[in-house]
Design a protein around this ligand. Structure first.
Ligand code: C2O
Ligand code: CU
Length: 631
């Protein structure tokens, strides 16, 4: 063995700079390994010990490289680092052969990417000591310092980022409404539908991975959207969820005012239903209207994969005289919107003179701007008879008008088929503010929007994209709405904002309510019987459809302008860019209810909290321990 290996690297050379830089980067990786060790200790003891050992070994070698930089040590460290990177690569691609999740690839996160980057650059520098030896001397010691400075800075910055990502990782356990010490509280699990003699309608929804037109989907009963559940007002609805997915799941009944325990939110009203598990929801459909259902576990991934469908409650005494009643579920992404399983034009039948109701559900998952769909009906005058399932009072006939629907919102449109010609529903899109980077990235992604033709005659040629927007403040006739006219018992200021930061172990555009992101947002606390006002200020250029579970929100005003016409009662209220919206609701359904932006990206980035009734607590928790992840 050549004794050269033991010769000290000359410190005041470029080689010295490289050795020092590698040592600094290795120190960063060491700190990252130590910071993740506790998490691994909890998960699987041998992994935790391994991370501790690796971190300590890296510190020893890095310090030694500073003190006595030899080629042999440099080579040993390079080999060690390359080994670690290889191990990481295996764990992220095919999975490790040992451990609690042997054989399944692990998820790549910010922390591990940074750590491996540090190790890769360090090994490259170390290898270069042998491959590209340099003799150029640096005359002054401060030049060596200067040469090592970039690595010192990079190492410090990256380590800080990685360690804060670890410290701000997905929490282990969060209870959004813990029982208060020393005070009695009712468990939300007890808030089930009371027995009764209503006619029972039973459905089974089996969630499974399915192939739909060559693409993989997660679907209820093999179809996207899931089957339409159509019941009569007053029916007792029982739905058995059978989970054949590889992940746990739930079903949330969006817009339905049901008892809290039936609300289907993982970690708040129930534990997510495990693979091969079953769970039965039961509620009485007391309000007629257009609703929908969707998964509320990993909603950001599960809903767009196809786990949603329409729920229609027809009035007990059907007097509307509509001959046709169609449900149109819009879904997809801002790149392509589908309607009822069709990507382009859906055709519906109707004969001249027939009265047609279209129940439009917006389940389109928008991009970061949260932009709503805006549907326009052309070819016949029409009425907006309901929004979010609540009827409007004395709805006026409208000409071509675009109706904005934020994610989760519904509109029921009624028209009479004209004597000749046909009617067309055209989907247009509104955009909120995007960043210049997004504009460049998505410029080519012109949205592909579907349309719906109704009837046989000639299609009206109208440019729907220029039609005026529906004005919810001036439509129909006023009527009494106690939530709006009563003096509020409390007024809650809600400020929506966003800011880059680290959340859930990722760098993201953190979306906040009152300057905090979930799960750190102070819940809204109400008492049974309160009239509550929410004064919502949108401090972003994005759209936010704010959705409250289990209640209806009455619109009071937008930007200080009050509602002049029909009461507008919605479960999701859409805030346009920088708008201020006031809503009121009667707190008459005790429990713990989610209140969140229905733009799945925004909710996932923190814009979600809850309305908690005093005296009620949840026994369920969210986080990595329970696996309940409602967003
Ligand atoms: Cu439709 Cu909490 O959601
Ligand atoms: Cu939002």
């Amino acid at each position: 063995m050549s004794s050269l290996n033991f010769i000290l690297l000359r410190r005041r050379t470029l080689a010295g700079v490289r050795a020092y830089s590698a040592a600094l980067l290795t120190l960063g990786a060491a700190l990252i390994h130590l910071s993740v060790a506790p998490e691994h200790l909890r998960e699987y003891l041998p992994f935790g010990v391994f991370f501790l050992a690796v971190g300590c070994a890296q510190i020893v070698v890095a310090v030694e490289l500073f003190a006595r930089p030899t080629r042999r040590l440099a080579m040993a460290l390079a080999a060690f680092s390359i080994g670690l990177v290889a191990l990481w690569f295996v764990s992220r691609s095919i999975g490790l052969p040992v451990g609690p999740n042997a054989g399944t690839p692990e998820q790549t996160g910010l922390t591990d990417v940074i750590c491996n980057l540090l190790e890769i650059v360090a090994s490259a520098l170390l290898v270069s000591l042998v491959v590209l030896p340099t003799r150029s001397a640096l005359r002054r010691l401060w030049l060596v310092g200067l040469g090592s400075a970039p690595s010192a800075l990079a190492s410090a910055g990256m380590t800080f980022l990685a360690v804060s990502a670890t410290l701000n990782g997905t929490p282990e356990a969060v209870n959004v409404a813990p029982a208060a010490q020393g005070r009695p509280s009712t468990s939300v699990a007890a808030l089930v539908e009371a027995p009764g003699s209503e006619p029972v309608r039973h459905f089974t929804l089996t969630a499974a991975v399915t192939q739909i037109e060559g693409r993989q989907a997660w679907a209820f009963n093999g179809s996207v959207p899931g089957p339409e559940l159509r019941v009569k007002q007053g029916d007792r609805v029982q739905v058995t969820l059978v989970n054949h997915l590889p992940e746990s799941t739930t079903i949330h009944w969006h817009g339905v005012q049901l008892p809290n325990a039936e609300d289907g939110v993982a970690g708040v009203t129930q534990d997510a239903v495990a693979p091969d598990g079953e769970y039965t929801y039961e509620f009485v459909a007391r309000e007629a209207g257009t609703f929908w259902y969707h998964s509320h576990q990993h909603t950001e991934e599960q809903l767009p994969r196809g786990l949603f469908g329409p729920l229609v409650v027809v009035p007990a005494n059907e007097t509307a005289g509509e001959q046709r009643d169609y449900t149109l579920t819009l879904y997809g992404s801002s790149a392509q919107v589908w309607v009822n399983g069709v990507p382009d034009t859906l055709h519906l039948e109707a004969r001249p003179g027939e009265m047609v109701r279209l129940r439009v559900i917006n389940a389109v998952d928008p991009g970061m701007d949260g932009g709503p769909e805006a549907v326009a009906l052309v070819g016949a005058p029409f009425q907006v008879v309901a929004l979010d399932g609540s009827d409007l009072n004395a709805p006026d006939l409208l000409g071509p008008t675009r109706i904005q629907l934020g994610m989760g919102q519904r509109a029921d449109l009624v028209f009479t088929m004209p004597a000749s010609g046909s009617v067309r529903l055209i989907d247009t899109e509104l955009l909120g503010e995007t960043s210049p980077v997004q504009d460049v990235l998505f410029a080519a992604q012109k949205p592909r929007l579907p349309s719906v033709t109704i009837g046989e005659g000639e299609l009206p040629a109208v440019d729907a994209s220029s039609a005026p927007l529906f004005d919810p403040l001036n439509y129909g006739k006023p009527a009494s709405d106690a939530a709006v006219t009563s003096t509020p018992d409390l007024t809650v200021p809600i400020v929506l904002s966003k800011q880059p930061g680290i959340r859930d172990g990722r760098v993201e555009l953190v979306h906040m309510i009152n300057a905090q992101a979930a799960p750190g947002i102070q819940p809204i606390t109400v008492s049974d019987g309160d009239i509550v006002r929410l004064h919502i200020v949108n401090n972003t250029g994005e759209y936010h459809p704010m959705h409250l579970h289990g209640h209806v929100l009455s619109l009071v005003g937008i930007d200080g302008r009050p509602v002049q016409g029909t009461p507008i009662r919605e479960d999701s209220v859409l805030l346009g860019p920088n708008q201020i919206v006031d809503v009121a609701f009667a707190a008459n359904n005790p429990g713990v209810w989610m209140f969140h932006c229905h733009v799945l990206l925004h909710a996932g980035m923190g814009m979600t909290t809850s309305v908690n009734y005093v005296g009620y607590a949840t026994p369920f928790e969210m986080g990595t321990r329970s696996g309940n992840m409602p967003e």
